[in-house]
Design a protein around this ligand. Structure first.
Ligand code: ADP
Length: 359
């Protein structure tokens, strides 16, 4: 192997005791770095690896040739270039497998006092999470645009009909105006929910501090929803004896409880009862909304709080849903350091419990 660049940077000669102190220091430095680190000798053999690298590669790579641990031609080529031309460079590395991970690998030659011949440093920066977030963001924009476009297309259709075929048909006009109002309402709800989500996300790191009684929130929400419950022929039963005090923001907690009780009414059906129960666990208070609706199959439960996730898009739309209600619930609870717990049995109903640190 030719090392033209080493001639430009001769190594400092050091006393043996100094050399061993340096080795110790380098070992500690490599171990302390947050990214996976590999150091290769001039033959491409791994001579140092920190715990992060071992975890990422799922093996102890020291003593192995790099090609046995990272089978990526681009990375191997970068190492060869670093060795032969003394060049530092960044390359992409995709780790395949059931849980694919994406890394940016920084490859750089190092002139080391402790290694007999100059070596190569590899720093692997895990970009998987950033890429996932980026993908979620663009999916979200695509979904939101699609959701807004649907009612907009209906509105345009109705306007065209009113300007054309139904121009002088009084009865048709009335009918179309009612339909147009429904579509406009749907757009308004969607925009309101999108704005709520972005407002909550902006404040996610600011923990609310006002004293709020969840029992009072639940009673207030039941009042707000009493006419909806009557129309749907659903009975609301509140079982809240003692106060459930938390540090929170009243309006946001109202929104959480409103979304849960509204869903319980919507997805129950006539003749059913929706119960609201409070409880305490060490250090926490809980509020549960229990319905006797159709229940939710197990595979859907972990995904319910994803934006726009609906078990039946058609049904959610026909009930005026946006698919954002539970995403809003989750974000508000995150801000309050709380959690949403969902249990359900198909054909028997569901229980949505919010758990918040007690005051
Ligand atoms: P939506 O606006 O569609 O109601 P949500 O985010 O509030 O959106 O809820 C997401 C989905 O979860 C709903 O579309 C529905 O399929 C399901 N869901 C929520 N609450 C219940 C419930 N109490 N019973 C059955 N399904 C529910």
């Amino acid at each position: 192997m030719v090392w033209p660049w080493t001639q430009k940077k001769p190594e400092l000669s050091v006393a043996p005791e100094q050399k061993s102190a340096q080795i110790d220091f380098v070992d500690h430095l490599v171990a302390a770095l947050p990214d996976p680190i590999l150091i290769l000798d001039s033959n491409g053999i791994v001579i140092k690896a920190n715990a992060n690298a071992e975890e990422m590669l799922e093996m102890a790579p020291v003593g192995m040739h790099l090609s046995q641990t990272i089978r990526a031609p681009a990375v191997l080529e970068a190492v060869t270039r670093a060795m032969s031309q003394g060049e530092s460079l960044n390359v992409d590395y995709e780790m395949r497998g059931p849980l694919a991970r994406h890394f940016e690998v920084y490859v750089s030659p190092i002139a080391s006092a402790q290694v007999e011949s100059p070596a190569v440093l590899l720093v692997l920066k895990d970009l998987t999470r950033e890429q996932q977030i980026e993908r979620m963001r663009s999916d979200f924009v695509a979904n939101a645009s699609h959701e807004l476009r649907t009612p907009l297309a209906s509105l345009s259709g109705f306007i065209e009909t009113l300007q054309g075929a139904a121009r002088s048909d009084e009865t048709a006009r009335e009918k179309f105006l009612i339909l147009m109002r429904t579509q406009a309402e749907r757009m308004r709800r969607l925009i309101d929910d999108l704005l709520s989500l972005s407002r909550i996300e902006m404040n996610v790191h600011l923990r609310p501090s006002a004293k709020v009684d969840l029992a009072q929130v639940a009673r207030h929400v039941c009042d707000l929803l009493s006419s909806m419950a009557q129309e749907e022929k659903v009975e609301l039963q509140i079982n809240l004896n003692s106060p459930l005090e938390v540090a929170g923001e009243w309006d946001e907690l109202v929104q959480v409880v409103l979304n849960l009780i509204e869903n319980a009414i919507k997805y129950s059906g006539p003749g059913k009862i929706v119960k609201i129960e409070g409880g305490t666990e060490t250090g926490f208070v809980t509020l549960s909304v229990i319905d006797q609706g159709r229940g939710i199959a197990e595979e859907h439960i972990p995904r319910l709080t994803e934006r726009f996730y609906r078990i039946s898009v058609q049904e959610s739309r026909s009930r005026g849903g946006t698919g954002l209600g539970l995403a809003i619930v989750k974000h508000i609870l995150n801000r309050h350091r709380g959690r949403l717990l969902v249990t359900s049995k198909l054909g028997h109903g569901s229980r949505f419990t919010i758990r918040l640190p007690s005051l």
